[in-house]
Design a protein around this ligand. Sequence first.
Ligand code: FE2
Length: 293
Amino acid sequence: MTSLPKYPAPSDGCLSDEMLADYQETGVLILEDYVAREQCQKLRAHALKLVQAFDPSQVRHVFSTTDQNQLGDEYFETSGDKIRFFLEKDAFDDAGMLRQDKEHSLNKMGHAMHDLDPVFDAFSRTPELAATVKSLGIADPAILQSMYIFKPPRIGSEVVCHQDSTYLYTEPESCIGFWFALEDATLENGCMQFIPGGHKSGLKELNYRGADGKLAYETLNNTPWVQGSELPAEARSGTLVIFDGRAPHLSGPNLSARSRHAYTLHVIDQSCHYPAENWLQRGSDLPLRGFSA
Ligand code: FE2
């Protein structure tokens, strides 16, 4: 295989047998022009409005996949039913000042915009996406989390190879990722990359809250990922990348002058068990919802 499966988006969201076969085989499916560019621009403009209300001098929390200090960060760990902002690890200079403006200092915003913000809610719950999720065979879908990824110019950090079911685990596993390119994503600005077929080898690690209340990792399979086997998921604005919760993926740093904004949703099947040991927990005042209003 030299490239990941890519199709024009079906207008009604229903996936064809050919698309589903490719998805089962590679763990990834790229659908171009799934969302109109103007919808992407609207969501981007709305996200930037939320950023304006965020004061980085009050909340200095960094998100990093290479720094184990993430574990034990209460601001992160209690963000499953909130809208919170996470900075890039290189956002600050030696004097403790932001190197770039706020918009270009953020790693991500998460993790419940889809339930707390009407604009994100509407973007997340379209009839087309409901049809796509149904095509994928999720019996009783719920949108578990949303993330707005900024991947800012020059300091957008790399994301090391991982599987999302490590963090969003159900029994049996049911997590599927939906990644929307809000700006053009290329290798140059750190697009997603996947190891095709890697989802077939099972889950390698489980992130869970132990009896001591702290998050930890359990190794399920310590075979390393095959280096160099990943393929880029370059994506124009409006593209949807669907990926299995076991699909191994990564992205390089953004050293370019262009940002790489994306919006992601993770959907689980509510008929599966959602362990209390998962990091992401919600208060009873914000129950999970599927795709109906
Ligand atoms: Fe991921």
